[in-house]
Design a binder for this molecule. Structure first.
Ligand SMILES: C[S@@+](CC[C@H](N)C(=O)[O-])C[C@H]1O[C@@H](n2cnc3c(N)ncnc32)[C@H](O)[C@@H]1O
Length: 786
């Protein structure tokens, strides 16, 4: 089960009438425990509780109790020897009115809430479902809940309005969702007059049978797009006057709204009931984008770039430097002022920004430093000088692009509330700025200099509907022009085999003429190269998260000399680490961070994670393309050995559709039941066989033996299968191999020889590279690469 499914199950449990006996099992079921596991617990076979509750080894000790006994019961659960013996991580007690629980592996103490509210804390229990995550996930419980609810609404609306799911209308659907999210946030944060005003207006003005829900919402949107003085002329109903003029492109364009079923209306009202003040715009954005993506929806709420990972990029890129300056300034008013001025000109540019998480974190961190400056200068309630429009992005997909802008708007408001107070924040918030600083388009085809120009003198562009702006839109001015630009992000990684035709042609268009080997490059290379080109035109430093493959093997000699030729050097790097998020299948992604600069004399630092999840930093004179300290060597490929040793070959490739390879059972049957001459069957060794000690056999017949071998019915059927398989191939060379179905497609083995086998893939958990020596005696061993 994924986090969103768990959240749904937990919410559903909380809505049901409380049944003391059943609750522990229902709770465990909501976290993905199978019926058989629950059966064993019910029977008592695996239930280790000494307090009449339910104790699941290594997981949780749950007890329900009489009214008013919750705190005492939780204490008993904690103190219970059975809890310790079973190494239970959590204890949980409830009487159906109050809910208390504690994670015994942390010092956070117990949580205590009304029973109906326990789903708010479901993030605490995610390890019960095997989802072990960074600590922030607990604070992201709201984001997962909101994502889950919005997803339900999205799917329900598409059911009733299938045309809104078509390519032509998907954008309208996404735009509609972005508007809703804004309204839910605004009604809980005093941006709208009255707590819950938006949901309340829909609840009271729309019919219970949902027949006019879309019309009511449409009128509300129209009101938000019309200045108060113009509302009467525009025919806006009086009940919508209470809503402010929002502008900012969010409500411009059509006010068309999909039709609501009763269920969709009830979902909407429920979503309005959530406390949207708790939204984390960076995390929520990453999660919510999956709603609009049919391929990603299965992993809803799972994609989540943790704040610590984002800070691994932003801290060394520029935040550490700002903090160091703050430290050095102490209370010196002039130095503090200079730092504030510097920060007000900084531009942060993420050319694959998704829903803007890097930009949001960068913005929030800069605001925190600015607030500290203002505090030290006794100007605590001073308005911010950090312009949101200096945080720019490019994103290919339109929903994340919309969410990115919304996330930044929300982040700005939250920072204003935090540092200046609610009143001041409200005063400056509406109407929203009509400038668009997130461009929806293909970053490898767009001119970065026009989206993030080196000076602030671009053409001013105020779009009517910011989310329909053309790709080559003219740039907007940077405020407080003339500052540093920092390029950052987590651009898409796609190995040469995994790229779509469109992505291949993006790389071709960009790299052709620079290198003949562009086909072997990962898609992410385009971002490094474009950033390096950009850096030749303006002062900028760059840091991207990337697959580590661009700093290994054959990509190194293609990409890095090109990047270095622009005058850039690697000034910091983070060596390979696991990119963790809630998606368990994603746990295997290993990434690096590479920081580029052209500034002379910069210190060079290599960061690496230690086992205890700390990070160590080592200085280096130079960091080469392998992210190792040392000179800029690159290791190229050679097809022949440089010294007098034997060639390294790929092994013999069967290309047989399974016709020539046999497991032991098949090989036995061939010789014993079908009378195949045992000299035609040989052991076969590939990576799997070598590493895992598996035995395999293959059919191995020479040309001169073929005619005779074909007389055997079993061999003939094998040859025919191989022939048919090869001939069906669209590749002429493979099809031709159909003429020699008795042998492997590629034979790299002659007679007697010694063979060193180097496994093609091996686990990184091994401390050594497995290499084996085989003596190949004629008719004994065949190697092939699989
Ligand atoms: C790995 S995600 C990173 C997004 C975000 N920073 C995060 O951590 O969730 C890469 C983003 O690049 C976007 N993308 C893919 N190809 C692109 C292209 N050619 N131009 C611009 N954006 C692209 C994807 O849609 C995706 O949102």
């Amino acid at each position: 089960m994924n986090a969103v499914e768990i959240e749904e199950a937990i919410s559903e449990l909380a809505e049901r009438p409380f049944e003391a006996e059943e609750f522990p099992f229902a709770f465990l079921e909501a976290f993905g425990n199978k019926e058989t596991t629950l059966k064993r617990l019910r029977k008592g076979e695996s239930n280790k509780s000494d307090l009449g509750g339910v104790l699941q080894t290594n997981n949780i000790h749950i007890a329900t109790c009489k009214a008013g006994e919750v705190t005492r019961t939780l204490a008993a659960l904690k103190a219970s020897p059975a809890t310790a013996r079973a190494k239970a991580r959590f204890v949980l007690a409830t009487d159906g009115d109050l809910f208390e629980a504690e994670d015994l592996t942390t010092d956070d103490g117990p949580i205590s809430c009304a029973y109906a509210d326990f789903p708010n804390h479901f993030g605490l229990f995610l390890p019960l479902a095997g989802i072990t995550t960074v600590r922030q996930v607990r604070e992201s419980s709201f984001d997962i809940r909101a994502t889950s609810r919005l997803n339900r609404l999205y799917v329900e609306l598409l059911k009733d309005n299938p045309e809104w799911g078509t390519a032509q209308r998907r954008h309208d659907m996404n735009h509609f969702m972005a508007r809703l999210i804004f309204c839910f946030f605004a009604e809980d944060t005093e941006i709208f007059n009255g707590d819950g005003a938006f949901t309340f207006a829909i609840e009271t003005m729309s019919a219970r049978d949902s027949s006019n829900t879309h019309e009511v919402i449409s009128e509300l949107f129209r009101a938000m797009n019309t200045k108060v003085a113009e509302r009467a002329d525009a025919g806006i109903p009086r009940w919508a006057y209470v809503f402010p003029y929002v502008n900012g492109g969010l409500f411009s364009g059509g006010a068309d709204v999909p039709r609501f079923s009763r269920i969709a209306r009830s979902y909407l009202l429920h979503i309005g009931g959530l406390d949207w003040r708790k939204i984390n715009p960076d995390i929520f954005g990453s999660m919510i984008q999956a709603v609009a993506d049919d391929d990603e929806r299965g992993a809803l709420g799972m994609h989540y770039t943790s704040v610590p990972n984002i800070l691994k990029v932003l801290n060394p890129l520029f935040l550490d430097d700002l903090r160091q300056q703050l430290e050095q300034a102490h209370d010196n008013a002039r130095m503090l002022l200079n730092l504030r001025k510097r920060m007000s000109k900084i531009r942060v540019f993420d050319p694959a920004c998704g829903s803007g998480n890097f930009l949001v974190i960068a913005y929030k961190e800069i605001r925190a430093i600015e607030a500290e400056i203002n505090r030290r200068r006794d100007e605590a309630d001073r308005g911010t000088e950090i312009p949101l429009t200096n945080f720019r992005g490019i994103e290919l997909r339109d929903f994340p692009a919309e969410i990115a802008r919304l996330a930044l708007i929300i982040a700005e408001y939250q920072c204003d509330v935090l540092y200046r107070g609610q009143k001041e924040a409200l005063r400056d918030f509406l109407p929203l700025d009509a400038q668009n600083w997130i461009t929806c388009g293909n970053a490898l085809r767009l001119d970065w200099l026009s989206i993030c120009p080196p000076t602030g003198t671009g053409v001013k562009h105020h779009a009517d509907d910011l989310f329909h702006t053309p790709l080559n839109q003219a740039q907007i001015d940077f405020e407080n022009e003339g500052g540093e630009t920092y390029i950052c992000g987590n651009p898409p990684y796609k190995g040469s085999q995994g790229q779509t035709d469109e992505q291949k042609s993006d790389l071709k268009a960009f790299f052709e003429g620079r290198t003949r080997n562009w086909k072997s490059l990962d898609y992410v290379s385009g971002w490094f190269m474009k950033a390096a080109d950009f850096g030749t035109r303006t002062v900028t430093n760059t840091a991207f998260v990337s697959t580590n493959s661009i700093c290994q093997g054959r990509q190194v000699e293609t990409l890095w000399p090109l990047v270095f030729s622009t005058g850039h050097e690697i000034y910091f790097a983070h060596s390979s680490f696991k990119w963790a998020n809630l998606a368990s299948y994603n746990a295997g992604v290993t990434v690096v961070i590479v920081g580029l600069s052209k500034e002379p004399g910069r210190t060079r630092t290599i960061f690496s994670d230690t086992d205890g999840s700390g990070t160590i930093a080592k200085s280096a004179e130079n960091i080469n393309a392998y992210l190792a300290p040392g000179s800029n060597v690159t290791i190229g490929q050679l097809s022949r050995p440089m010294s007098k040793i034997c060639d390294m070959s790929f092994g013999s490739m069967p290309n047989d559709g399974g016709g020539l390879l046999l497991d032991l059972g098949e090989a036995n049957a061939a010789t014993k039941r079908f009378g195949v001459d045992s000299s035609y069957i040989r052991p076969a060794i590939g990576t799997q066989e070598f590493i895992n000690g598996v035995e395999r056999r293959c059919v191995w017949v020479r040309e001169a033996e073929y005619e005779f071998a074909r007389k055997n019915i079993w061999l003939r059927s094998r040859f025919d299968a191989v022939e048919a398989k090869r001939q069906a191939s669209p590749r002429a060379t493979t099809s031709k191999l159909g003429e020699v179905p008795y042998r492997f497609g590629e034979v790299r083995q002659t007679g007697e020889e010694k063979v060193l086998i180097v496994a093609k893939t091996s686990s990184e958990l091994r401390e050594y590279l497995p290499v084996g020596l085989f003596v190949v005696i004629s008719r004994a061993v065949v190697t092939f690469a699989l």
